[in-house]
Design a protein around this ligand. Sequence first.
Ligand code: FAD
Ligand code: 2HG
Ligand code: ZN
Length: 480
Amino acid sequence: MDKRDVIVNAVRELIETLKDIVGAANVLTEPVEQAPFLADWLGKYRGEAAAVVRPGTTQEVANVMAACTAARVPVVPQGGNTSMSGGATPDPSGQAVVLSLQRMRRIRALDPIGQTIAVDAGVILATVQSAAEEAGFFFPLSLGAEGSCTIGGNLAANAGGVAVLRYGVMRELTLGIEAVLPDGRIWNGMKALRKDNTGYALRDLFIGSEGTLGIITGAVLKLFPRPTARATAFAAVADVSSALRLLGVIRAHCGDRLTAFEFMTGETLAMIQRQIDSVRVPLEQMPPAGVLIELSDIDDETALSTRLERALSAAMDEALVADAVIAQDKAQAGEIWRLRESVSQALVREGRAIKHDISVPVSEIAEFVATADQAVAAAMPGIRPMVFGHLGDGNLHYNLMRPLAVTDAEFAAQSAMLTRIVHDETCRRHGSISAEHGIGQLRVDEMTVCKAPLELELMQALKQLLDPHGLMNPGKLLPA
Ligand code: FAD
Ligand code: 2HG
Ligand code: ZN
């Protein structure tokens, strides 16, 4: 038997073992069954897998991991498969097992006194939001993919979204986690403690680890008082600078009632209207840029709307806002949100974007956009930046679309060069090349640009400690 036959036999044996652990129906080996697990949401990456395995309990995950490690077969963890960085897609070798958490959908407990919810990692984010609401609480993580992304994926990617300004990122919303190590040992860190000073924060090591250290199987999350009033507006601004000054005015008038402050350039707004029939910019004229503003509070709706109106009127007096509309009811608020939430889909329809997910100190974001716009236009005249995002967090999705005169192939050939320009501008300002989408496979070659060698060395050492055989999500996050 040559080496290839030995590997084929070992994988065949592993698949039989996996069937014993989770049941044959939960080990997918047929191409048609595997297909949804092998490509990413953007349609940029496509891989192959020896099998897709779907354990239903933490113990089954542990047994699957022990078996994969014994067979030295790599594992790609997958939740809702909505990653924007190819993080959950296996490579084309077909050697890996995709471990999907989609059968682990149990809400384990809700504690109304401690204001926490304990869930399986495969629970869909929207299900957690609904469970919290039914119990009279609020779970604030909110993002466009909330109907399909999972709590495990949110944790592994340390997701952000549209309410970070007030409530923080996933890390800040989490009290405890449960994780299975590559060798199959289960770490039960499902503590619902707000204070715990007993050493290294292992929880935080797994949050943001993008499936490279182990499988997150459960989490204890924080709940918040449910807002009873919301006020939503859309305002026309001249540029990033005016938007930032507007942010200051809204904060001064509304304090931490400000929940969302989402920026979109006029080019981005025009693209959304061009690509998505059912949405429109709710102003008479297409503005140079727009901001979606949302306040929320435990108060009555009229008082909140009046407060927002006063803030916007003060901003108009300072010539920061040229025009604005405040939603008069839930339906109008929904229309404004639909505009914002349609950006990613509109981008996919517009063509293949070069995606960037940068953050810089908020005070430098206007200058970042000005210099990056200039630099990419100099490198490729006619390039179309589609810039939008969570301005108050210093996080912009600086997407680049091809000039109309350039073909997709020519644009793709220049993609690494254009990304380097954007990332150099980011790092020069001590920013981050991934604010919320993660490194995945999309940015893995860029890690050495922004991370100090010592930082990378420490990350590699931790990886070696927890995953000595290098089996967890190979090719993602850490450069080879
Ligand atoms: P997956 O895509 O399945 O996996 C993501 C990463 O986590 C992969 O590296 C995977 O290996 C790992 N992983 C998944 N589950 C586990 C687990 N249980 N244990 C260990 N590792 C695991 N992101 C934001 O932060 N903010 C946004 O505003 C936002 N908006 C989006 C809008 C759209 C339309 C789309 C398609 C995506 C958006 N995203 C956003 C990106 C994505 O939804 C988030 O990263 C989300 O947290 C991923 O969750 P998931 O369950 O789909 O994870
Ligand atoms: C958002 O903020 C998401 O809408 C997706 O993070 C961003 O598609 C993108 O680039
Ligand atoms: Zn975002």
